[in-house]
Design a protein around this ligand. Structure first.
Ligand SMILES: [Zn+2]
Ligand SMILES: [Zn+2]
Length: 289
């Protein structure tokens, strides 16, 4: 994994935070290119991309102060997690708008999904989120590390691939009520409203709407209220979540609907996810537009 960009010798590898970030970014781009023909590569494409994001955020913290890199500034041994880096950057008032926070939160979600669960992800979903994050990293890089697009730091052989991804991202993402999302999403969200119940062995359960999750009574008591829209799927308050939303609560076990172990009967909700995945893969670009 040591590339020519890194100063390395036969028995030593030294990568600065930024070099390390570029290295992971490059690895991710190569994997994403392979994933077009073999979807198994998405796992490492995502993990490397999230790793590069983590390192870029850490570098940004170091630019504020070297000690911010560490979980405990009084005992600088363990460096911050991605979650803490995000929190700290927000606290430091480093310009991160709602879209940026959403992109980073969704990166955390995808990384956790891949790391902690059986890997059962729809290629189209992964690809859409990959593009969203890719685009965000490019923007973050330009804003915080001197105006250059990230593609300037991509190895020559990967540069065309990276440029193609950026073009896909620009073409496939849209603004929906102030939030950047894949253009297939609003239709999915709308379609998901039609499936109000899911069943296990014929026993029906009403799906839980955004804002009606079981945590809210105690959260409200502590002064918190649900936002106007779900942070993951952008469902409006009182509406059903979009397919695959990580916030949706399982009406049967109370766990995370997308990842719980309940064995639900067939439903158009799952079909919807599959159909959309199919539709999306069909438009997987190999374009030069
Ligand atoms: Zn949601
Ligand atoms: Zn469940």
């Amino acid at each position: 994994m040591a590339n020519e960009t890194a100063s390395s010798s036969s028995n030593r590898l030294h990568l600065s935070l930024l070099e390390n970030a570029y290295d992971s970014f490059n690895e991710s781009v190569s994997r994403a290119d392979l994933a077009d023909s073999d979807s198994r590569h998405w796992k490492h494409a995502v993990l490397h991309l999230v790793h590069s994001l983590e390192l870029f955020l850490k570098q940004r913290l170091v630019d504020e102060h070297r000690l911010f890199l560490f979980e405990n500034v009084d005992r600088p041994t363990k460096t911050v997690s991605l979650e803490l880096a995000l929190k700290r950057l927000v606290a430091l008032d480093v310009a991160l708008d709602a879209d940026a926070v959403r992109a980073i939160e969704s990166a955390i979600k995808w990384r956790n999904a891949i790391t902690h669960y059986e890997v059962d992800l729809h290629t189209a979903e992964v690809r859409a989120n990959y593009l969203l994050l890719f685009d965000f990293i490019d923007l973050f890089h330009q804003q915080h590390f001197g105006d250059e697009g990230i593609t300037e730091h991509v190895h020559l052989e990967n540069r065309e691939i990276a440029a193609r991804m950026l073009r896909s991202s620009k073409r496939e993402m849209l603004q929906f009520d102030g939030t950047t999302m894949h253009r297939s999403w609003p239709a999915k969200l709308l379609a998901a409203q039609k499936t109000e119940t899911v069943s296990v062995s014929g026993v029906e359960f009403n799906r839980i709407r955004w804002g009606q999750e079981s945590i809210w009574p105690s959260m409200r008591a502590d002064g918190y209220v649900p936002g106007e829209r779900c942070r993951d799927c952008a469902a409006q308050i009182g509406k059903l979540h979009g397919p695959g939303c990580c916030v949706e609560e399982c009406p049967r076990c109370g766990g995370q609907f997308t990842y719980c172990d309940c064995e639900f009967d067939d439903s158009v909700l799952w079909d919807l996810l599959n159909e959309n995945a199919q539709g999306l893969s069909d438009e997987t670009p190999s374009d030069g537009a």
